[in-house]
Design a binder for this molecule. Structure first.
Ligand code: DQA
Length: 180
């Protein structure tokens, strides 16, 4: 009988230990994966930045912008991943894949901003916070650039500040994550 109770006690203690250990490791895992992750998604022709109409878009290259984003993200405690495509479908695939992988998206959809209901639908489907960014002030340009299909499904739009707009967008997303 005594032996039976002793065994029971040891078993209970082990269970308790593993419960405490389990919750401790949960905490450790939570801490190490706690950095929110942001996808920087750039659309068509933005791979040509630096040489493309520098009078409109400046001399900054896409590589410069992506580095700026990684650095700004690190300063804000964000993990940053970057992707650029000239193809609408590839951008949609990235938005779908962002669900469960990233916590938010900074999106410069280039000219698709003004045409793509499909990108708008993709953003609405994944329910991630999206900040729309444009290097140029699209509202001060041709009237066809005034309409954005991204704006109604974005949490906000930043345009006209060149490459700095991406850092501003990351700052805005960091605030959104901090409020959660
Ligand atoms: C842009 C503005 C768009 O109108 C244009 O088609 C682009 C770049 C910008 O960053 O200013 O490709 O998104």
């Amino acid at each position: 009988m005594h032996h039976f109770f002793h065994k029971l006690r040891v078993h209970a203690a082990l269970l308790l230990d593993s419960a405490v250990y389990g919750s401790l490791t949960d905490c450790i895992e939570y801490e190490s994966s706690a950095m929110p992750s942001v996808l920087i998604l750039n659309g068509p022709n933005l791979n040509l930045l630096g040489t493309r109409q520098p009078e409109v878009y400046g001399a900054t290259t896409l590589a410069d912008i992506e580095k700026l984003c990684v650095d700004a993200g690190a300063a804000l405690g964000l993990d940053v991943a970057c992707f650029q495509s000239n193809h609408e479908g590839a951008m949609i695939d990235q938005i779908h894949a962002a669900k469960g992988t990233h916590d938010g998206i900074v999106l410069n959809a280039g000219a698709y901003t003004h045409t793509s209901i499909a990108l708008m639908d993709a953003i609405a489907s994944v329910e991630l916070p999206v900040v729309e960014v444009h290097l140029s002030n699209i509202h001060a340009r041709e009237s066809f650039r005034h309409r954005s299909y991204i704006a109604p499904v974005a949490i906000g739009q930043i345009c006209g500040f060149g490459a700095k707009g991406y850092a501003l967008a990351l700052d805005a997303l960091a605030d959104v994550f901090a409020r959660k």
